[in-house]
Ligand binder design. Structure first.
Ligand code: AMP
Length: 224
């Protein structure tokens, strides 16, 4: 299974990605997590990426593409993967197409998690990560267990979130028609209980919906 999850910041990509990788036993490739690791370790790549991440801007394509290409060379990734937060620009999508073609691999589906901008800011500002486990919680919608040691991402502050939304609409949203034109886009309504959204995602990528069986040319309508 080779999948891509796209959606605005706060749509639940990271949380839902974990549910999908558990289900399919494929590695999750989160460029956001990889960049945060570089930042935390203080590598040259991390220092460069931090300049952009701290103000809610996208990290330059060549930095992200190089990092992903290296990761795709691993045998584990050849067997299947779930990209979460990549590609985020048409240039990244084109680079990914070229790399996959070179490796003789094909994408099964691109799932778009849809949530309105109004809801996103509230969702992101309540988001917290458990330092020990990496588990993502929301203080209101998915409360952490008592005593959990939680952190808020620096770029989850409201002013930065607004910039991230601007970047999403300007640079990432064009991926929707890009993948819809290839007949591999699946739209999923990201509003609702966590488990409900997971069920919609699983239905959207279940056998018969993806892969060699042709889906409708512009994806399925959002689940209600
Ligand atoms: P995320 O955890 O996916 O929300 O990513 C956090 C931040 O990392 C983004 O706001 C960007 O600054 C950067 N980032 C993550 N993935 C990408 C990507 N594919 N292209 C450019 N920047 C990225």
């Amino acid at each position: 299974m080779r999948l891509i999850l796209i959606g605005p910041p706060g749509a639940g990509k990271g949380t839902q990605a974990k549910a999908l990788v558990d289900r399919f036993g494929i590695p999750q490739i989160s460029t956001g997590d990889m960049l945060r690791e570089h930042k935390a370790k203080g590598t040259a790549l991390g220092v460069k990426a931090a300049e952009f991440m701290n103000r809610g801007a996208l990290v330059p394509d060549e930095v992200v593409i190089g990092m992903v290409e290296e990761r795709l060379q691993s045998d584990a990734a050849k067997a299947g993967f779930l990209f979460d937060g990549f590609p985020r620009t048409v240039a990244q999508a084109q680079a990914l197409d070229a790399t996959l073609a070179r490796l003789g691999l094909k994408l099964d589906a691109v799932v778009l998690i849809e949530v309105s901008d109004e809801l996103l800011v509230e969702r992101i500002s309540g988001r917290r990560t458990d330092k020990a486990t990496g588990q993502i919680y929301h203080i209101k919608y998915n409360p952490p267990p008592p005593g959990a040691d939680l952190v808020q991402r620096a770029d989850d502050k409201e002013e930065v979130v607004k910039e991230r939304l601007v970047a999403y609409h300007a640079q990432t949203a064009p991926l929707v028609p890009y993948y819809a034109a290839r007949g591999i886009l699946r739209r999923v309504d990201g509003v609702g209980e966590l488990a409900e959204v997971t069920a919609r995602l699983l239905a959207a990528v279940s056998p018969g919906t993806v892969g060699s069986v042709a889906g409708p040319p512009h994806g399925v309508p959002p689940a209600k």
